[in-house]
Design a protein around this ligand. Structure first.
Ligand code: SAM
Length: 205
């Protein structure tokens, strides 16, 4: 089951059901199923998914009528999406004017040495030693993932976006919910940079 705070964030910002919703990068499709169970008509896409109820298509290749979704959701997926500009253009095409965009992201640009070292320390404490150093992890993320700033820049021409709300995210990366409070405490004390970001947008027009 998807974390309750994530489902609450998504639900609180979606139009009321029954609304047609696109989920980009749906993974195993858990969030999409939870939304369908509450009355939404969800089209979930992910080229890497093995779930029967997730369409294995990349965002840029999606074939759906223009303006056919009342809302779109992307949960830690836009930082992986390529080509980013073309994909954001497609997203804008299929979401109706005035429609909603709900984004939950990991900001690869905020993932610094301290964040990488904190994550490695927690993994070690769980008995899961990682092969990479903090420097290697940061370099790998910077090389392969789109930072939030770039994602926002590509979405901005099409969506009026609220400011990103930063928060804890690292516990969601192979650490577990029990470390959420530990991560939040470290952020609150100024010892750890928040790498999570949530934002909501409206399709311009
Ligand atoms: C970190 S996973 C997140 C999966 C899911 N949203 C979750 O929270 O568990 C990122 C997902 O984005 C998908 N993805 C990568 N490129 C994509 C694209 N061009 N269009 C749609 N999804 C894509 C990947 O296959 C992967 O499942």
């Amino acid at each position: 089951m998807t974390a309750v705070d994530l489902r609450a964030f998504v639900r609180a910002n979606l139009p009321e059901p029954p609304a047609r919703v696109l989920e980009v990068g749906a993974g195993a499709g858990r969030l999409a199923r939870a939304l369908r169970a509450t009355g939404y008509d969800v089209v979930a896409i992910d080229p890497g998914s093995e779930s029967e109820d997730v369409r294995t298509v990349a965002l840029a290749d999606l074939e759906e009528p223009a303006g056919s979704f009342a809302a779109a959701i992307a949960v830690v997926s836009l930082h992986h999406v390529d080509p980013l500009a073309e994909s954001c253009r497609k997203l804008a095409e299929v979401v109706e004017l005035g429609g909603t965009l709900v984004v939950d992201e990991f900001d690869a640009g905020a993932f610094d040495h301290g964040a990488a070292a904190w994550w490695l320390e927690q993994r070690r404490a769980l008995g899961e030693e990682q092969p990479q150093t903090a420097e290697e992890l940061v370099a790998d993320h910077r090389e392969h993932l789109h930072p939030l700033e770039r994602i926002v820049a590509e979405l901005e021409p099409y969506f009026e976006l609220g400011p990103p709300v930063r928060g804890a995210w690292l516990h969601r990366w192979n650490l577990g919910d029990s470390l959420r409070a530990v991560e939040e405490e470290a952020i609150a004390r100024g010892r750890l940079r928040a790498v999570g970001a949530r934002l909501v947008g409206r399709r311009r027009g």
